[in-house]
Ligand binder design. Structure first.
Ligand code: COA
Length: 327
């Protein structure tokens, strides 16, 4: 038994913010951002909108692509839930008209979508669900400090979603095996210091801007490359594939240099690398489904998916692209 992909959709907010626009209020330049990250623009959600809005739109598109809304669970990967309580997935399920089905969030930050795929595969394997809507949706610009040039240029907003059903491991669309991992000793390298149970937001936290994302960029970069390469190798070994079996590498779209470093070390040639980071920036849990939706994948292509993010958390999986049309 395997989870099999049968539909995919995406959504982005209407507003595009270019590097040049950011440079009007930040001490940065379009040239710096392009050469260090490969990012040219990002989509930014308007004030008053939230992750659920993007998740509902991407989810509806994925259901349309799958040809029906007969799902019995929603798994939403997000770092930026609309509220800390409750999780955002139940509202998304209700707004999609899916009724009172199982619905919950998964937070593994930028590795969230791969974690959510594995979670959904578990729901299918145990018979808890027959068909699952898996969404990665983020409003990362809400947790990014607009005055911190080290992070504000990196992140963007968006959502991607897939519909999974129970099927066979050898049919097109089958996902797996998986490799998942974490390193909590390095949790502080990429974190929002305040706003959780340990340190609620108070006046001191606000003055320190501790309610925003903090990142040790250089060390995160090193960890991202090392972990995605090791995790990719593990999952290839587990499946008995070599890197030559991979038609397209779909890495977490953190930035172009990380993607190139991972692909170089794995030995994936340039024409087999999927990248849309120039258009979206880093959309965290939304980045892999957005990349899958945009890549123009052909049925039968064999994919290696690998992601890394705060936690530190990482995950990889393999799949063969089915005959579907993105919505
Ligand atoms: N514009 C202009 N200058 C900037 C800048 C910006 N947006 N951001 C940082 N700088 C400056 C720094 O202040 C530093 O100046 P200094 O030398 O005077 O102190 C200089 O550029 C070099 O900074 P450094 O941190 O060494 O740059 P870098 O080559 O490491 O690139 C990142 C910075 C953030 C692009 C890089 O570390 C990175 O990609 N990290 C991983 C980030 C990521 O993807 N995280 C999410 C993973 S899921």
């Amino acid at each position: 038994m395997s989870a099999v992909l049968e539909g995919i959709g995406k959504a982005v907010p209407p507003r595009v913010v270019t590097n040049a626009e950011l440079a009007q209020t930040l001490d940065t330049t379009d040239e710096w951002v392009r050469t260090r990250t490969g990012i040219a623009q990002r989509y930014v959600a308007e004030r008053g909108s939230g992750t659920a809005d993007l998740a509902v739109e991407a989810g509806a598109n994925a259901l349309k692509s799958a040809g029906g809304s007969d799902v019995d669970a929603v798994v939403l990967a997000t770092t930026t839930p609309d509220r800390i309580v409750p999780s955002t997935a139940p509202e998304v399920a209700a707004r999609l008209g899916l009724g009172t089905i199982a619905a919950f969030d998964v937070n593994a930050v930028c590795a969230g979508f791969v974690y959510a795929l594995a979670t959904a595969a578990g729901l299918l394997a145990t018979g808890v669900a027959d068909r699952v809507l898996v969404i990665g949706a983020e409003v990362m610009t809400r947790i990014t400090d607009p005055t911190d040039r080290g992070t504000a240029v990196l992140f963007g907003d968006g959502a991607g979603a897939v519909v999974l059903r129970r099927g066979d491991a050898d049919e097109p669309g089958a996902i797996g095996p998986f490799d998942l991992g974490s390193d909590g000793d390095r949790a502080d390298l990429l974190a929002i210091p305040a706003g959780g149970s340990r340190r609620p937001v108070d006046a001191t936290a606000l003055a320190e801007r501790a309610n925003y994302l903090f990142m040790d960029g250089k060390e995160v970069y090193r960890q991202a490359v090392t972990r995605m390469v090791a995790s990719s190798r593990k999952v290839l070994d587990r499946a008995g594939w070599t890197i030559e079996d991979v038609d397209r590498l779909v890495g977490h779209q953190a930035n172009a240099r990380i993607l190139s470093a991972v692909a170089d070390r794995l030995g994936v040639p340039e024409d087999r690398r999927v990248s849309n980071v120039a258009r979206y920036g880093n959309t965290s849990a939304a980045s892999i489904p957005l990349a899958l939706a945009d890549a123009g994948l052909r049925p039968g292509e064999r994919l290696l998916l690998t992601a890394f993010g705060a936690g530190m958390s990482w995950g990889s999986t393999l799949m063969t692209w089915p005959e579907i049309t993105a919505a």
